[in-house]
Design a protein around this ligand. Structure first.
Ligand SMILES: [Zn+2]
Ligand SMILES: [Zn+2]
Length: 264
């Protein structure tokens, strides 16, 4: 299985997962034309997407999900409450995600005995309800995708712990947010239980989720106004050292450029 962040941040999120013959896109939050440019950069033909899975209904995640599903014929997987969302209305095929229950994703022509890509949605706190993180498993290899989480919860560990690759939100630095340009209400929202993970909170979540198999950590959804690469990196590095895992590679996901395909 390979996982590749095509875009990450408040202007749009999208991540490509390739497992055997199955191609899955997590979120489609960029405008359709921009998404197509990212696919070209990744040298991936968009028509080969079989499945699109939505974490939640915010525009930076859901924006082009319906139109891309229509363009590619992909099945759109989403929680039932999102089915009336305007962003998804063009999708020809929808399938309900059930929180805590894994789906087996295959291509339309794949025989049942081949290894499916297992997709498990796990509920996390955020102000678009429901919001889920995803655990993906293929041939014993696991990747976790977790962004847009308001506060650390230890409860997620049982379902999301010990992946080989972890994509985790490091949204803001607490001091930068406090002193930064956002209006007070927005500051409260970002820092609140329905907002995003600070570097400090993300490090705490990392402590819950990191297991012996973890080899790559991707820092995702960094705020352009309230964070720096250096601060996020320092928080992650310090935590990994504390955990006795200095060998874990850290990558910072970009808003503007396609990341490299990570072998899970
Ligand atoms: Zn977001
Ligand atoms: Zn969100």
């Amino acid at each position: 299985m390979h996982i590749q962040v095509l875009s990450s941040g408040s202007k749009g999120n999208c991540t490509l997962v390739r497992a055997g013959d199955v191609n899955l896109l997590i979120d489609a939050g960029l405008p359709l034309r921009e998404l197509e440019t990212r696919f070209e950069s990744a040298r991936f033909p968009a028509r080969e997407i079989h499945h699109i899975a939505l974490t939640h209904g915010h525009l930076d995640h859901a924006r082009s999900s319906g139109s891309l599903a229509k363009r590619t014929g992909a099945t759109l997987h989403l929680c039932e409450r999102l089915m009336l969302n305007k962003s998804v209305e063009q999708a020809p095929i929808m399938q309900t995600l059930h929180v805590g229950t894994a789906d087996q994703l295959r291509t339309p022509t794949q025989p049942l005995e081949t290894d499916a890509l297992e997709l498990l949605p796990v509920l996390i706190p955020h102000d678009a309800v429901p919001t889920v993180a995803f655990r993906m498993e293929h041939k014993g290899r696991r990747a976790v995708y977790l962004t847009d989480m308001g506060e650390p919860t230890a409860a997620i560990a049982s379902q999301l712990r010990d992946s080989h690759v972890l994509i985790l939100e490091f949204n803001y630095d607490e001091e930068m947010l406090r002193k930064g340009p956002y209006p007070i209400n927005l500051k409260k929202r970002v820092a609140g239980r329905g907002g995003h993970l600070s570097n400090k909170q993300a490090a705490e979540v990392l402590g819950h989720l990191a297991g012996p198999n973890l080899h790559t950590l991707v820092l995702a959804h960094l705020s352009e106004k309230n964070n720096t690469h250096g601060l996020a990196l320092a928080a992650a590095t310090t935590k990994l050292l504390e955990l006795g895992m200095p060998h874990v590679e850290i990558i910072i996901a970009s808003q503007d450029e396609v990341g490299r395909a990570i072998k899970v």
